[in-house]
Design a protein around this ligand. Structure first.
Ligand code: 0A1
Ligand code: ZN
Length: 849
């Protein structure tokens, strides 16, 4: 376990490493409890660096020997690494260390999962493998020899010699240590080939545990589509002879882009129609693309330091979103991303964990793999593209790849290619990278005899991270409609740069209705005192599919807030408006399904808090229940027709068309269940031949309280499949009533299949509780206490996952005094745990601050 003494790392302290690494040779002699790692590294002085002591990172290593140019090195060991006296010029460092992969439950460095060796080195895991300058701006060419008696032994790059008990690998592309990977075990491959557009053949392998071969085909197709797309859209080709992907059951995140050897959480790559939902398939396609796209945005061009994480992550998320839009439906993807941003990033940006897309300080970098860095980071790139236009974006990206290939870069480098391509000054735009907080944009309008004026005021709440926010550049895409629904001004992009700014539209025949923030053109909160009539009008007539959906969402939000805070009745204009949209069979079923999605309960709580009202989770829960019931009754006659319309006769395919139908079908089934007590759901469950239909039916049965037989039957059917049983754990908690959610979660932590060492199972259980708004925020504090109990238990085992899951508490000050007292007690209990990790200490301190 790490020393918890907090040490803050500052962006402003950046200094280059004093040496360059000409080459790195590693030999691994594998043994579960005592793996030996021999390293041989050629160092030469870095002429661009200031004088400094020679320091190599190293944690949890047993040093066996260390020499410099063949003579024993004069080393001084600390808990974080070693210093050594080194010659003035070039020298060769050789060391041998021993590590214990079998006892590595933190899943950072070299560890074991089901008898298989694997690694996770981002961000700072390589220092748990050997002594090394473990920082992203130190890049080198690696040669690796693996010795062991396992049938498959993989590392980065191209395969070299292979024989009885050994395998060698050479990666010709210089890379930082965080992209190093090694995998060894009894694995089987699903193989294929790809020829790049310049004719280079590439072997593709997806390595899995025996038994999982049947779940590889979809991932392989997604990989080939990603390779083609990156050639066609970004002009980027793959650059090695082989591309390996490995599926691992125990993994802290979704996947990792190690050069030529991507390692995936098995939940993010294995799929079959019987065991995976449409949403699983879509997520897998996106993650495969994301990791593959990192080969250029992350690997060929990497980050100078971890403050620049958004350089690779924001850009790669943006690229994977473009890919998904191209493969599936662009409007649906944009709406889904907006829902996700509001659910995960907005609360982060308005709470105690707020930080800029490019943070300027941290204690533990693992705590900054956040929705702000990833998703807001992608939004910032989307805005840049909107502002400069598609052609300039393409030219800037070409320049970025030309200019910076092989380098470790900064956000300044990134913005400079846009400045050089377009001649624009991006000084103000850069605030999106340096300021925390979600701008709130208030809109007012004036109409005077043919002239329409829109006035925008932007304001960002000061926070600890950004005490004095300055106005940002906000691209505001809008259109104007006339009162009969015709578009009188097609979409244009206004550039808001000032705290308050007006835009004038002349020569209009009648006062228009504005359709604002089309395509969610900036990650802001739009505050416009709009009437129910106007929202209903936009829901019926808006020519932009995003703002049309947004109008329905705003109506739902308004009625739910009035119901939760004032006990109002459901708004008839909302019910009628949604009914009209659902009736329109010309609209994509996936889009209609999104129209039925209500704002999340947590989102509603945040909105109430913004309006100065303390949210009551039980009242919010009740409002949502009442509105869903009202929807079901209002749509009663339409539901059977929709159910028939969404029926799929063809054999299962996870494509967008079928998935969209099933999404709408699933939403319809949830409403029908409120009317028929679960009859339709039971029928669907009985004949379901794919996981999407089976799981949606089971969810309905659980929420209707008619589930006992099916919950058991589902377990019996799938108890051999870890990924399906994760769903079984999660669903029972997600679909529980507020009263039942904490007891259900508690009971499931006592189930023999619960295993806190497996991050997927832990998240399926405790993460589902944290996501149950009324359950987690139970007035008696039982939700907080249960999560705290488990975080305290998990921390010594896996600090990274513990720290990530502590974010469930980030909104705790929104609620009433009673709940706050319970949450504070839970947080203080975690903070007071002896030996708490640096990861969790930092998070809990920030949340409590
Ligand atoms: N770079 C990966 C995500 C990742 C980050 C950190 C990890 O361990 C701390 C693991 C994976 C990605 O963006 O996909
Ligand atoms: Zn990434």
């Amino acid at each position: 376990m790490r020393d918890a003494a907090p040490q803050t790392i500052l962006l402003s302290d950046y200094t280059p490493f004093g040496w360059q690494l000409e080459k790195v040779e590693l030999t691994f002699i594998l043994a579960p409890r005592a793996t030996r790692v021999k390293s041989r590294i050629a160092f030469v002085p870095n002429p661009g660096a200031p004088a400094q002591d020679f320091f190599l990172h190293g944690e949890e290593l047993t040093l066996i020997s260390a020499t410099i140019d063949g003579t024993p090195a004069d080393t001084h060991l600390t808990s974080e690494g070693l210093t050594a006296k080194v010659p003035d010029g070039a020298f060769t460092w050789e060391a041998e260390v021993e590590i214990d992969p079998a006892n590595n439950t933190a899943l950072e460095g070299l560890y074991m999962s089901n008898g298989m060796y694997c690694t996770q080195c981002e961000a700072e895991g390589f220092r748990k493998i050997t002594y090394y300058p473990d920082r992203p701006d130190v890049m080198s060419v690696f040669s690796v020899r693996i010795e062991g008696d396992l049938p498959v032994m993989l590392s980065n790059g191209n395969p070299g010699k292979k024989g009885d008990g050994f395998a060698e690998w050479h990666d010709p592309w210089p890379k930082p240590a965080y992209l190093f990977a090694l995998v060894a075990g009894e694995l089987v491959a699903h193989s294929d080939h790809f020829t790049t557009r310049s004719g280079k053949p590439v072997d593709l392998n997806l390595w899995v545990r025996p038994g999982d071969e049947g779940k590889c085909a979809f991932g392989m197709e997604a990989l080939k589509k990603s390779m083609t797309w990156d050639e066609e859209v970004y002009g980027r080709e793959y650059d090695l002879d082989v591309f390996n992907i490995v599926a691992v059951d125990d993994f802290n995140m979704g996947a990792m882009e190690n050069k030529g050897l991507n390692i995936f959480n098995s939940s993010a790559v294995l799929a079959s129609p019987e065991t995976s939902t449409d949403m699983n398939f879509e997520r897998i396609e996106a993650i495969i693309a994301h990791e593959y796209f990192h080969n250029w945005t992350g690997n060929r061009i990497t980050c100078r330091d971890w403050f620049q994480l958004c350089l690779k992550e924001g850009l790669t998320v943006f690229r994977d979103a473009q890919f998904t839009s191209d493969m599936r439906s662009a409007p649906v993807k944009r709406i889904q991303d907006t829902i996700d941003l509001r659910a995960r990033q907005f609360p982060e940006d308005s709470g105690p964990l707020a930080h800029p897309v490019r943070p300027d300080h941290y204690q533990e970098i693992n705590n900054f793999y956040t929705a702000t860095v990833y998703e807001k980071g992608a939004e910032v790139i989307g805005m840049l593209k909107t502002l400069v236009g598609d052609d300039a974006y393409k030219a800037a990206l070409d320049l970025y790849f030309d200019r910076h290939d092989g380098q470790a870069c900064t956000i300044e480098d990134w913005l400079k290619v846009f400045e050089d391509t377009t001649g624009r000054d991006l000084t103000q735009f850069k605030r999106w990278y340096t300021q925390a907080g979600t701008p709130r944009v208030t809109v007012s309008e004036a109409w005077d005899d043919g002239t329409y004026t829109l006035t925008f005021r932007q304001e960002t709440k000061p926070s600890a991270a950004t005490p004095a926010p300055q106005p940002q550049v906000i691209p505001m895409a809008l259109g104007l409609l006339n009162p009969n629904g015709d578009e009188v001004r097609p979409t244009e992009v206004l550039e808001i740069t000032q705290a308050e700014q007006s835009f004038v539209f002349e020569d209009l025949a009648s006062k228009p209705v504005p359709s604002l923030l089309r395509g969610f053109s900036a990650p802001v909160t739009l505050d416009r005192e709009s009437t129910t009539e106007e929202r209903a009008f936009l829901l019926a007539h808006d020519t932009d599919s995003f703002t049309r959906w947004e109008a329905g969402n705003a109506l739902a939000r308004q009625t739910l807030l009035d119901m939760a805070a004032k006990g109002a009745a459901p708004e008839p204009a909302y019910l009628d408006g949604i009914q009209a949209v659902l009736r329109d069979a010309s609209l994509d079923p996936a889009y209609r399904a999104l129209m039925l999605a209500l704002p999340t309960q947590s989102d509603l709580a945040g909105t109430l808090k913004d309006k100065g009202i303390t949210p009551d989770p039980d009242a919010i829960w009740q409002a949502v229940e009442t509105l869903r019931q009202a929807l079901a009754e209002h749509l009663q006659d339409l539901l059977p027709r929709l159910a028939a319309e969404t029926h799929v006769d063809a054999p299962y395919s996870p494509d967008a068309e079928q998935a969209g139908k099933r999404a709408l079908g699933g939403a319809v089934l949830r409403l029908l269940t409120r009317l028929d007590g679960g009859k339709a759901a039971a029928a669907q469950y009985a004949k379901a031949d794919n996981m999407t239909l089976q799981l949606s039916a089971l969810g309905c049965l659980i929420s209707a309280g008619k589930d006992e037989a099916e919950v058991q039957a589902f377990y019996d059917q799938w108890k051999h499949d870890r990924l399906v049983i994760d769903k079984w754990f999660g669903l029972q908690i997600m679909q529980a009533t507020p009263e039942a959610s904490v007891p259900t979660a508690k009971a499931l932590t006592e189930h023999p299949d619960f295993n806190m060492k497996n991050p997927n199972r832990f998240r399926a259980t405790l993460g589902a509780l944290a996501g149950h708004h009324a359950g987690f925020h139970a007035a008696d504090g039982s939700g907080y206490a249960l999560l705290a109990d488990w975080l305290i238990r998990l921390d010594p085992v896996n600090p990274q996952t513990t720290a990530r899951m502590s974010t469930a508490f980030q909104t705790w000050t929104r609620y009433d005094a009673g709940r706050q007292a319970h949450a504070r007690a839970a947080l203080e209990r975690i903070a007071a745990t002896p030996g708490l990790s640096r990861d969790t200490t930092e998070m809990v301190q920030r949340i409590l601050a």
